[in-house]
Design a protein around this ligand. Structure first.
Ligand code: ATP
Length: 504
């Protein structure tokens, strides 16, 4: 379909000639006008031929982001996505066979998954594996107020990929679009014309990719929010392959830690397997940060190598934020200590042996925290486990109620965590609502069920902590004085009570 943009040049030339004739007609001298028009045209032509101004800016950024070579061996864990991606890339490598069998070339691969899991790294490694030129852009770079600008940038991005590949004498190019949901989100029926045009242009470019082209283009898109993508983008012939790049498991985490530890001197006692165990739920980016922060702690200690203590400090920092020098009053400190003891005593009750340390060191937003021993990676939770987690979260506010007769703002984060778990329980059919589709859940249903579950669990938490009220006073002194309380010391104190009460 040839639209107004196809004739853009002709319309512009026509308009300028009419304008020129009009200006001559009203008496403006023609010579200065013509010479300035020629100068503007020359500047524009020069800028275009060097990769473009305005509309070409994506291509320029893309060029500057070409990878320093990165292979699949440089990516830790992610064995499954790597294998799937390599299989898909066979289409680019075995070109002759594909042509002989009349197979439609693969045009798009979509990498989905949480932030920092290595999607960009995989795209770069794909370019290296297939000896392709790599150009990259982010979805947000195409979002503009003016209709047609985003679409122009898409056109330029593909043009840039082809030109660059030709210059580098390569026969394939990978166009990587990060945060593709920024342009490929569901269309809303014409309200946002600019947005629609950008997506349409991407679809047009992908449809225009043919197997017999001298330079074959493969588009790799990445998103953390696959559910937002327009179905037109996901149909066969566009993003044919979708690969989930998830958070790494324990073996994957250890592999990533090893890769990022290659250039750092490590103490002999360091066990990266232990660090991997303690970092359940961390992304590759967070693991990279742990290794980097550990090296910074080593430098601050003027140590020649990274020790296990530096690594433990780094995990706390990445998980909870930087240690803060917040001045708190004596009363605040005591309240925080009781709050944290509430979490810790509850944790020991439902999961004996689980507390590693209670700390009063302010980190990030938190004024104190409980460190738990690493657990086995698990991906399935029973109702009992989820209820235990909620009771541990509620332990802080219940402790404050027991000791001070009321709550403080320190429980906000705990409540958020507890209500998130309640939502998981409801959506997994573990509530009195039975099996219910999340969309069929009204606000009233949700609110009633949430209150019922939390009230019942608050009562159970109150019972456990009430029976341990005497322990708060004993442990508070140690925690406030020493700033930390080890799990072993906490357990020793709690067991003493149990043994004594059993004896009586
Ligand atoms: P986003 O969705 O936020 O764009 P992403 O999934 O594209 O993130 P990357 O940009 O590929 O994540 O990774 C960010 C950084 O995290 C990398 O530069 C690297 O240091 C580290 N990293 C992430 N995953 C891995 C991995 N599997 N192996 C090694 N390093 C990793």
């Amino acid at each position: 379909m040839r639209n107004i943009k196809t004739y853009g040049k002709e319309i512009a030339i026509g308009f300028l000639s009419v304008l020129l004739m009009f200006l001559i007609y009203i008496g403006v001298p023609p010579l200065p006008l013509v010479s300035s028009a020629l100068m503007i045209a020359a500047v524009f032509f020069l800028a275009k031929s060097r990769g473009g101004i305005a509309v070409g800016s994506v291509g320029k950024k893309a060029a500057s982001r070409s990878p320093s070579y990165l292979s699949f061996e440089d990516i830790g864990g992610q064995d499954h996505p790597k294998r799937e991606l390599m299989e898909a890339l066979e289409f680019m490598v075995r070109r002759d066979e594909i042509k002989k069998l009349g197979i439609r070339p693969l045009k798009g691969i979509l990498l989905t998954g949480p932030p920092g899991t290595g999607k960009t790294l995989l795209a770069k490694a794909a370019a290296h594996h297939t000896n392709s030129t790599f150009v990259a852009a982010s979805g947000s770079e195409f979002v503009e107020m003016y209709v047609g600008v985003g679409a122009g940038r898409i056109r330029d991005l593909f043009k840039e990929a082809r030109n660059k590949a030709a210059k580098q004498k390569r026969n394939s190019a990978i166009v990587f679009i990060d945060e593709i949901d920024g342009i490929g989100g569901k269309r809303d029926g014409g309200q946002q014309r600019e947005y629609d045009q950008t997506l349409n242009q991407l679809l047009t470019e992908m449809d225009g990719v043919h197997g017999d082209e001298s330079i074959r283009i493969l588009v790799i898109g990445a998103t953390n929010r696959r559910e937002l993508l327009d179905s037109a983008l996901l149909r066969p012939g566009r993003f044919d392959r979708q690969i989930l790049v998830d958070l790494p498991d324990k073996t994957g985490r250890e592999h990533i830690l090893k890769l990022h530890g290659r250039n750092k001197p490590m103490g002999e006692e360091v066990s990266l397997a232990k660090v991997a165990e303690e970092t359940f739920g961390f992304s590759g980016a967070q693991l990279e940060s742990v290794m980097n922060e550990a090296a910074i702690y080593a430098m601050r200690d003027t140590s020649d190598w990274v020790t296990q203590t530096h690594l433990t400090q780094a995990i706390d920092k990445v998980m909870m934020g930087e240690r803060m020098d917040r001045e708190t009053t004596c009363e605040e400190r005591e309240r925080v200590a009781n709050h944290e003891l509430g979490h810790a005593i509850m944790a020991e009750h439902v999961r004996p042996g689980s507390v590693a340390q209670v700390s009063l060191t302010p980190r990030g937003q938190a004024l104190g925290y409980v460190r738990h021993h690493p657990r086995q990676d698990s991906y399935l939770y029973t109702k009992e486990t989820l209820e235990d987690q909620i009771m541990i979260a509620l332990g802080g506010c219940v402790a404050e109620e027991l000791i001070y007769g009321g709550r403080s703002t320190g429980s906000r984060g705990d409540f958020e965590q507890a209500t998130n778990i309640v939502r998981t329980m409801i959506e997994s059919g573990m509530s009195t609502l039975g099996i219910i589709h999340p969309q069929a859940l009204t606000k009233e249903d949700w609110s009633r069920e949430n209150t019922n579950i939390l009230n019942e669990l608050i009562d159970r938490t109150r019972e456990v902590l009430g029976a341990n009220k005497d322990k708060f006073e004993q442990l508070l002194g140690i925690l406030v004085k020493e700033e930390t309380l080890s799990g072993d010391r906490l357990r020793a104190s709690l067991t003493r009570r149990t043994t004594q009460s059993e004896a009586s």
